[in-house]
Design a protein around this ligand. Structure first.
Ligand SMILES: [Zn+2]
Length: 245
């Protein structure tokens, strides 16, 4: 006789389940000893998305071995019954991010908002998991398999596919609004921007820019110059939507 455990997934953890299993208890038969983490991932839900686990009403961690008859509740952050029960230490604020190679546009937006965001278009999955682990960065991806890597502590599957929707989704999930500060990070390389006097960069500016702008910033890593030109004005629309919601 195989053993059976019943799983209840709360809130947006259901996004990872087949449609017919969403929002209802899942009875899962097993005949091997497995950690709760492995069993949950075999059902489709990557462990970084889970913030609290309870078995028969008692909080457990990911190493718990599932027993016959267990009733398991898994909660995402916003549905967690209590922050005292979280499975991992609270994130440093503002959170820092690392993004997979398919999220370059989102990376640029997060940098525009002033968030420390690592991104390269040639990171391998091992590197992404390792850097996320070593630096305590939130790994953002649309690859569920990547999130299931055991090295990943902080990670999140980006549901939205349109980039502005993605920014809003991440701003909600990580409560980023108080941390938004444009002109802090370089869009190209994530270096820090320093304010520079106009006179010192005058010879590097197009004539129109020199005429219309007085405030300039330079990346301390790659030297890129920034000012509040048309690019910034386009961003203002997104910023004001972010700050309103
Ligand atoms: Zn730079």
């Amino acid at each position: 006789m195989p053993s059976t455990a019943t799983f209840h997934f709360a809130g947006n953890l259901n996004d990872f389940l087949p449609r017919q299993q969403r929002g209802q208890p899942i009875s899962h038969a097993f005949d091997w000893r497995a950690s709760i983490k492995d069993m949950i991932e075999s059902l489709g839900v990557p462990h970084p998305e889970i913030e609290t686990l309870q078995v028969n009403g008692v909080p457990v961690n990911f190493e718990y071995t599932v027993q016959d008859g267990d009733v398991i509740h898994a909660y995402p952050i916003l549905a967690a019954p209590s922050v005292d029960l979280l499975l991992r230490p609270a994130l440093a604020m503002p959170p820092r991010f690392i993004l997979d190679q398919h999220l370059g546009r989102l990376a640029a937006y997060l940098r525009m908002l002033g968030l420390d965001t690592r991104y390269r278009n040639d990171y391998h999955d091992e590197e992404l998991a390792q850097v996320s682990h070593d630096e305590g960065r939130v790994l953002l991806t649309r690859d569920v398999g990547l999130l299931k890597r055991s090295l990943v502590i902080y990670g999140y599957f980006v549901r939205a596919t349109h980039r502005e929707q993605q920014v809003l989704e991440i701003a909600d999930r990580y409560q980023l609004r108080p941390h938004i500060r444009p002109f802090r990070h370089c869009l190209n390389c994530n270096g820090l921007l320093d304010s520079v006097a106009k006179a010192t960069v005058l010879d590097q500016l197009p004539a129109d820019t020199a005429r219309y702008y007085d405030e300039f910033y330079r990346c301390d890593r790659c030297g890129q110059l920034y000012w509040k030109g048309p690019h910034y004005q386009r961003m203002q629309g997104l910023l004001s939507r972010l700050l309103q919601e």
